[in-house]
Design a protein around this ligand. Structure first.
Ligand SMILES: NC(=O)c1ccc[n+]([C@@H]2O[C@H](COP(=O)([O-])OP(=O)(O)OC[C@H]3O[C@@H](n4cnc5c(N)ncnc54)[C@H](O)[C@@H]3O)[C@@H](O)[C@H]2O)c1
Length: 314
């Protein structure tokens, strides 16, 4: 298939592209090396993809309508996997309007030109944050009701809504994938697990925020399995949780790190605005309809992260 991956130089994008190249798809990546985190790191991520095989790369800002239109008009894509976004809950509390531009306006550009140029399948990367703070767990796809707790989540929920409306207008196949806290090699440096491994490997203390939190941490290879599986499906418009299905408390996460860094120092910080207390994916729908089966437990995943961090610094 001819696949356009937006944000393909990012953490998830670079892993997804590597897999899709191995699966012999014709890949075009568009990315603007946004400075949310070090653009050089994104260039290194792209280098990792190059080691797997060839792809086309377009350096462009998808918030610019003309640039976005040109990309879609230059080639007839079968599928668009839209991963480009401004991520991060904490930053969204500081800069909420930026999320309207990146996560809603940019998504509208992608949906519109995908629709106008006859793309058959649009895959949108949403987030577990769209569930807000729900007392009932695990979180199944029907439980998102817009009652979110951060501007990031509001922009993802809003963008999902635009996805539904453009699916109705243009009739393309729509798959909304709600990813649950993703980690693994090259993980985004603003997230807990990569921050912990980076600091602990240098003998530095780590900071934790609030108490009683847990997250359904999902290893990148499992996320990539979910994305790859949805490309094989035929439906009109479906939403899937892509998570591991096991909420890991902060204590349990720290215990996993302690195996590698027994003397680690922890600094307790106050609760961060916009964070949810718990995420826990109900993955029954993805299992039944995509054949999705996550494989990497938190213990194995942390071990892989520690080995990868050591290999980078060594
Ligand atoms: N990492 C997670 O745990 C997680 C969880 C849930 C959802 N998601 C979603 O998955 C997607 C990928 O996340 P990630 O962690 O890989 O983030 P990332 O920041 O590593 O990747 C996003 C990429 O999009 C690019 N980009 C941003 N604005 C752009 C623009 N205007 N034009 C072109 N490219 C642009 C960035 O340069 C970056 O390379 C995002 O939509 C994110 O919200 C991620």
């Amino acid at each position: 298939m001819r696949i356009l991956v937006t944000g393909g130089a990012g953490f998830i994008g670079s892993h997804v592209c590597s897999r899709l190249i191995k699966e012999n798809h014709d890949i075009t990546i568009v990315d603007n090396f946004d400075p949310y985190y070090d653009p050089d790191r994104k260039k290194q991520q792209l280098e990792q993809v190059k080691m797997i095989g060839d792809f086309h790369f377009v350096h462009a800002d998808l918030m610019d309508k003309q640039e976005c239109r040109k990309i879609f008009q230059a080639k007839q894509f079968d599928v668009v996997i839209h991963l480009a976004a401004l991520p991060g809950v904490a930053y969204s509390v500081k800069e909420p309007l930026a999320y309207v531009q990146y996560d809603i306006e940019m998504t509208i550009n992608v949906l519109r030109y995908a629709g106008e140029t006859g793309v058959s399948h649009v895959v949108f990367s949403s987030s577990s944050s769209v569930y807000g703070n729900k007392a009932d767990k695990p979180l199944s796809e029907g439980m998102a009701d817009g009652k979110v707790v951060s501007p990031y989540a509001a922009s993802k929920y809003g963008a999902e809504s635009f996805c539904h409306s453009f699916q109705h207008l243009y009739g393309f196949q729509l798959s909304i994938l709600r990813f649950f806290t993703v980690y693994g090699p090259w993980a985004r440096p603003d997230m807990a697990i990569p921050k912990f491994t980076e600091r602990l490997s240098k003998g530095l203390p780590i900071e934790i925020y609030g108490s009683g939190t847990s997250r359904d941490y999902t290893y990148i290879d499992d996320i990539v399995d979910g994305v790859s599986a949805v490309l094989e499906t035929r439906h009109e418009n479906e939403t899937f949780n892509i998570g591991y299905g096991d909420p890991i408390s902060m204590e349990r996460l720290l215990d996993n790190f302690r195996k590698f860094y027994p003397t680690m120092e922890i600094i307790q910080k106050p609760w961060r605005m916009g964070d949810v207390v718990t995420t826990w994916a109900d993955i029954a729908k993805a299992e039944a309809q995509l054949g999705y089966k996550p494989k990497i437990s938190i213990g194995e995943g942390i071990e892989k992260m520690v080995r990868w961090t050591d290999s980078c610094s060594g």
